[in-house]
Design a protein around this ligand. Structure first.
Ligand SMILES: *Cc1c(COP(=O)(O)O)cnc(C)c1O
Length: 420
């Protein structure tokens, strides 16, 4: 396979001194990435969590081709187009009740920035001084300055610390310690916070940390009681990932603001939306220009991306899509179960289509740097897995087959023997 080393490309989240090479992929289909020499990689992390049904799903590819015959980008202030109008209506129909307005943007980070700005604009336009943002420890909401501020502080954002704004962090609701977390949220809400932003049911980049639907519902209740806006960052969890269409459904809650991005086009094209309740839209609705919502991305509501999202939602109307999620949940449960009694691992867990387990340390300090070695090992076995430190997670496209998952779990078993 072609390993690209001498290249002007500066890759994301990559220390080029440790990882100068990149694997060149020529083609993708279903769960597989084909390198240009014929070697193949099983995409067990859905290409960083974006691919839902599988790569190059034919209906989505067809919709993209058809839309290119009509419209490329057009300005979205003062103008609109059919794909954006239809998609917005569909998103309102399928979202938790009350999310009635749709603001388009182009990435998960941006959709969360938009949510934070909506929340601040809401309070300012209502004449209340509420500016404090509340977040969960270990949270991740993106890599822009605002979303880094809301996310966990770590080596990943240490250099940018002077730019980050202060937020109130409440402890992650680890099993048995939920009350501590809820009490901290209540105290923050009482102090008149503006909004609480949270990844529902599972913190992705923070290490695939799972918490209960009952806790999520209680968090929502607390925010409601104190009038604090509840922002659900469903960027990773949306579009079937947690077993239901949206994670919030499992707690039977309806957020004030919700962010969707990764699975919205099935993974084909970048697109994001920030959905909100009518009160938030109405707080910005006024003859006074100064009360407008001041945000725009150049590629707002790209028609081709909207057409891809519409084709994706049509796939979801068929039973087949939901069945493949249910089937994958079962396949994952069957395969992860034996690891629960395996001494080499801890925190063996699953939520919906996502399974994760932590490699137990033999010596101190070693695990911090093990992610890269593990990743190389998995690549050498023809697998795309990208552990978060010692946390190995399997987050595949919904079309993956049992035999393919066996390759993944076989390699995890082998890695545990090799790397501990
Ligand atoms: C990936 C992710 C984001 C950021 O999305 P980008 O499209 O990478 O900007 C935000 N929130 C969550 C929960 C995510 O998983």
């Amino acid at each position: 396979m072609t390993l690209v080393t001498q290249s002007p490309v500066w890759r994301p989240f990559t220390q080029h001194a440790l990882q100068p090479e990149a694997i060149k992929i020529a083609r993708a289909e279903g769960c597989w990435l084909d390198a240009d020499d014929g070697s193949r990689f099983l995409d067990a992390i859905s290409s960083w969590w974006v691919i839902t049904h599988g790569h190059r799903r034919p209906e989505i590819m067809r919709a993209i081709r058809a839309q290119t015959e009509l419209l490329d980008q057009i300005i979205f202030a003062g103008f609109t187009h059919d794909p954006a109008e239809r998609l917005a209506r569909r998103l309102v129909e399928i979202s938790p009740r009350g999310l009635e307005y749709v603001f388009y943007s182009d990435s998960g980070s941006t959709s969360v920035e938009v949510a934070l700005k909506m929340a601040l604009g809401f309070w300012r336009n209502r004449g209340e001084t509420r500016t404090r943002i509340v977040t969960l420890e270990h949270g991740y909401h993106g890599d822009t300055v605002g979303t880094m501020s809301a996310g966990a502080r770590s080596a990943f954002n240490a250099s940018y610390e002077p730019l980050l704004f202060d937020v109130t962090r409440i402890p992650f609701p680890f099993r048995g310690r939920e009350q501590e977390s809820l009490d901290a949220l209540e105290a923050a809400c009482k102090a008149k916070a503006a909004a609480f932003v949270v990844e529902p049911l599972i913190l992705g980049a923070g290490g695939m940390l799972i918490y209960s639907a009952a806790t999520l519902r209680e968090m929502r209740n607390i925010c409601e009681r104190y009038g604090v806006l509840f922002i659900a960052d469903e960027v990773m969890t949306g579009f079937g990932r947690t077993g239901t269409f949206f994670a919030c459904e499992q707690a039977d809650i309806s957020p004030d603001i919700a962010c969707y991005s990764k699975g919205i086009t099935g993974g084909a094209l970048p697109l994001a939306v920030t959905m909100c309740k009518s009160e938030i839209f109405e707080a910005h609705y006024s003859p006074d220009r100064a009360r407008a919502f001041f945000h725009s991305s150049s590629y707002t509501a790209n028609p081709i991306a909207c057409a891809a999202a519409l084709a994706n939602l049509e796939i979801w109307e068929k039973d087949e899509a939901r069945q493949s999620v249910t089937r994958l949940c079962q396949l994952q449960e069957e395969r992860i179960a034996p690891f629960k009694s395996d001494e080499r691992f801890s925190n063996v867990r699953r939520l919906g289509t996502i399974a994760a387990l932590d490699l137990r340390a033999q010596g101190d300090g070693y695990l911090a740097t093990i992610g890269l070695d593990l990743m190389r090992f998995f690549n050498s076995r023809g697998l795309l897995l990208r552990p978060l430190g010692p946390t190995i997670y399997i987050l595949p496209p919904y079309c993956i087959k049992g035999e393919e998952l066996d390759l993944v779990y076989g390699a995890i078993d082998e890695a545990a023997s090799r790397f501990r």
